[in-house]
Every structure is written in structure tokens, then in C-alpha cells.
Design a protein around this ligand. Structure first.
Ligand code: GLU
Length: 425
């Protein structure tokens, strides 16, 4: 399978736009909070950005040179934290934007971290298990000087998983000559992973859906939901929604979408999806991802990639609530249109903060060498996300701003304050 036929793609220009719009909102948030311009100058770009070349011996004997990135946005609050993405379209600007979003997420859920992000330009769908292992280990060797349990702690993101985290942890432990489970999160349980980490991103999203539904007077039971994207977050979320009695009327993957106003056979879809979240190839009658977003529903969850909801389709979206499980799925023009239309938009930096929250719990457990039950993890996650949701909702009401700007205002404060106390600005 190759990515060539994928409908869900972003161009390099779109990714630059994503960075620019993030900077625009950060600027507005800092202005609203009364910070001077130099704070924006510090926070508009990562403090550190490393680009590496990783030569990998392929199974056929040839050598391929991969490009990887690691961005560290701001480490005033504590070590930087964020996932590593394996994707053919990863760009430097995208990784920069993603690292800024990680800082905001950590601020929103009040973790002692700044944001970081990594990416490798590659298509894991075309690589063997052993090639992926060599690439994972090669990347860690290439970035080892700037990462570590007290410096920068990676985690999974698009197309990376607990096996890749295990190889990376092992490679780092060899370099460090010390068993270092706290170097990376999202590990398998037997290597110091946390209960509840795999489903944490989706848990965070469903907690936000529940809170947003309460505000809008919508009952989850019987609500019609569309989930765009069937990866880690999208698939777990579909399962949770189904279990909660919602009617999942639409889902999609990178190749197409399925829609049925009476509800889809969720159990069948979950059973048949592959490890990259592909399932629509099994069906003859599919629609496009863009068509799916405009279908009738009560709740829409974009859980794929950036730039899916724009000024072009925002006027045609039927949902009453949009909860962004992906990073950056809605652009700024669309945010404005949706807000003006009275649609409650729960922004990515809040809705997708469940993953990093449980990553933090994993790191705490690694540091203490004392492990929690799944129930403890889930209870703490719920407390953190409900508090963050309501704080942002109130900020939006009191300051009369949209939920995205309110989330940025809540998320940027701690990092701005920490940078000032350190005497940086
Ligand atoms: N990649 C995830 C995110 O975008 C998780 C990051 C983490 O667990 O550190 O939030």
C-alpha cells in the first residue's frame, strides 16, 4: 500500500499557513493578556530546531537517507514534550507548529512541560518491520544530544506506536548506559508504559464531547456523530461513542469515507481496520472525506490531519458541536465562520490533550517506579480535562472570544510567566 491515492493530504504551503495562523492566534492571546511584544517574539518559533539526516540500510541492500526533525518550542516551564510523526509529507514548518501546539496543550492541562515535536519524512506503510526498527533507532542516535527524561520526552503521533517507542527507549538506554523508561512515553506496559495511554487521546476527546454536549443540551445517547479519521484517536473514539449509545453515522480513513444516516456497523469496522487505520478499501460505495464533513450530524469530530475545515466547507457543515481530535483540522477563517454560526467548536489544543496528559502520568510513574491502576489513570484524566474545558469555556464567555482564542489564552499564560520569572523576557 502506498500513500499516493490518499485523499487526505496537505501541501507544504498549507503547512506554512498552519504555522502562520498559530502565530496569529498566539499574538492575539498575548495581546489580550497584556504581555509585551518581546514575549511574542520569544514564543512565535521554537527555541531549538534540529534537522537530521538518517542513513538506513534497506532490506534490499540499498541505503536510503531519511530526513528527520525535532523541534523544542519553549522549556521555561520544564522539559519539552511531544510526539514523533512518521509521514511522507512531514515538513519543518509543520513540526514547528506542532511543537507550539504541544506547549499550549501542556499549559491548558497544567503539566510541568513545554512543547516539543518530532517527525521523519517516510511512509511506514511501505516499510518492513526491520526497516522501521532501524529508522527508529537511527533517529534516536541522531537527536540523542538534545533529548532525555529531563530535557525532551518524545511520544507516539501519526503512524508511530508502542513498538516504535520501545525501540527508541532501548536505543536511548544503550546510549545513556542506563535503563531510561522516562525518556519516552507511550511504551508497551511491560517496558514501563501506563495503563490507559493507548486510548488516552480518544478518552480526552470523549470527555470534551460530554462537556460540550451538556452546554448545548444534547444527549450523547442517540446523538448522530461523524468521525473523520480512523487512526488511534478516531478508532478508539468510535468505539467509546458507540458504547455510550451515540449513533456513528460516518467514518473515514485516508482513502475514503462511509456514511449511513441510520448508523454504521461499528463493530465490523473496528474489527476490519488495519494497523494504519485503513478500512474503507473494503467497500465499493464510498464518498470522499470532504463530502463526509458536510453530511447531516449532531457532532463532528475531525480526527485526521490539518486543514480539513476551511472557509469553503465551513458554511455547509451541519454539526452543532465540532470537537477537534486532530491537530489543526480547522483554519482560522473557518473558526470564525463556525463561531458566528453558533457552532460550539472545541479546539485541538484542548480536545487532543488527553494523550499528553496520560503521557505525563506515565513519566511520573517511571520516575517514581510505582505504577497506577487503569481506574486511577482514567479518573485523574477526567478531572484534568473537565477542569480545562470549563476554564476555557468560561474564558470564552467572560472575554467574549471564540473557544480557540480562549484556549490559547489559557495555554500560553504559564509559559509566558515562566519565561518572565526566568528573566528571558
Ligand atoms: N502526539 C500526541 C499529541 O499530539 C501525544 C504527545 C505526548 O504524549 O507527549 O498530543
Amino acid at each position: 500500500m502506498t500513500a499516493d491515492h490518499s485523499q487526505v493530504t496537505n501541501t507544504a504551503e498549507e503547512k506554512l499557513d498552519v504555522l502562520k495562523s498559530t502565530q496569529t492566534v498566539i499574538h492575539k492571546a498575548l495581546e489580550k493578556l497584556g504581555y509585551p511584544e518581546e514575549v511574542y517574539e520569544l514564543l512565535k518559533e521554537p527555541i531549538r530546531m534540529l534537522t537530521v539526516k538518517i542513513p538506513i540500510r534497506m532490506d534490499d541492500g540499498s541505503t536510503k537517507i531519511f530526513t528527520g526533525f525535532r523541534a523544542q518550542h519553549n522549556d521555561a516551564v520544564g522539559p519539552t514534550k511531544g510526539g514523533i510523526r512518521f509521514h511522507p509529507e512531514v515538513t519543518e514548518n509543520e513540526v514547528k507548529a506542532l511543537s507550539i501546539w504541544m506547549s499550549l496543550k501542556c499549559g491548558i492541562v497544567d503539566l510541568p512541560y513545554g512543547g516539543g515535536k518530532g517527525g521523519i519524512v517516510c511512509d511506514p506503510r511501505d516499510m518492513s518491520f526491520r526497516e522501521l526498527e532501524r529508522l527508529s533507532r537511527g533517529y534516536v542516535r541522531a537527536i540523542s544530544q538534545i533529548v532525555g527524561p529531563a530535557k525532551d520526552i518524545p511520544a507516539p503521533d501519526i503512524f508511530t506506536n508502542s513498538q516504535i517507542m520501545a525501540w527508541m527507549m532501548d536505543e536511548y538506554s544503550r546510549i545513556d548506559e542506563f535503563n531510561s523508561p522516562g525518556f519516552i512515553t507511550g511504551k508497551p506496559l511491560v517496558l514501563g508504559g501506563s495503563h490507559g495511554r493507548e486510548s488516552a487521546a480518544a478518552k480526552g476527546v470523549i470527555i470534551c464531547i460530554n462537556e460540550a454536549a451538556k452546554k448545548k443540551g444534547i444527549d450523547i445517547k442517540g446523538a448522530r456523530v461523524i468521525v473523520q479519521g480512523f487512526g488511534n484517536a478516531g478508532s478508539f473514539l468510535t468505539e467509546f461513542l458507540h458504547d455510550a449509545g451515540a449513533i456513528v453515522v460516518g467514518i473515514s480513513d485516508a482513502y475514503g469515507a462511509l456514511y449511513n444516516p441510520d448508523g454504521l456497523d461499528v463493530e465490523y469496522l473496528l474489527d476490519r481496520r488495519d494497523s494504519f487505520g485503513t478500512v474503507t478499501k473494503l467497500f465499493n460505495h464510498t464518498i470522499t472525506n470532504q463530502e463526509l464533513l458536510e453530511k447531516e450530524c449532531d457532532i463532528l469530530v475531525p480526527a485526521a490531519i490539518e486543514n480539513q475545515i476551511t472557509e469553503e466547507n465551513a458554511p455547509h457543515i451541519h454539526a452543532k458541536i465540532i470537537v477537534e481530535a486532530a491537530n489543526g483540522p480547522t483554519n482560522l477563517e473557518a473558526t470564525q465562520i463556525l463561531t458566528d454560526r453558533g457552532i460550539l467548536l472545541v479546539p485541538d489544543v484542548l480536545a487532543s490533550a488527553g494523550g499528553v496528559t496520560v503521557s505525563y502520568f506515565e513519566w511520573v510513574q517511571n520516575n517514581q517506579g510505582y505504577y497506577w491502576t487503569e481506574e486511577e489513570v482514567n479518573d485523574r484524566l477526567e478531572t484534568v480535562i473537565v477542569k480545562a474545558f470549563n476554564q476555557i469555556y468560561e474564558m470564552a464567555q467572560i472575554r467574549k472570544v471564540d473557544m480557540r482564542l480562549a484556549a490559547y489564552m489559557v495555554g500560553v499564560r504559564k509559559m509566558a510567566e515562566a519565561s518572565r520569572f526566568r528573566g528571558w523576557v
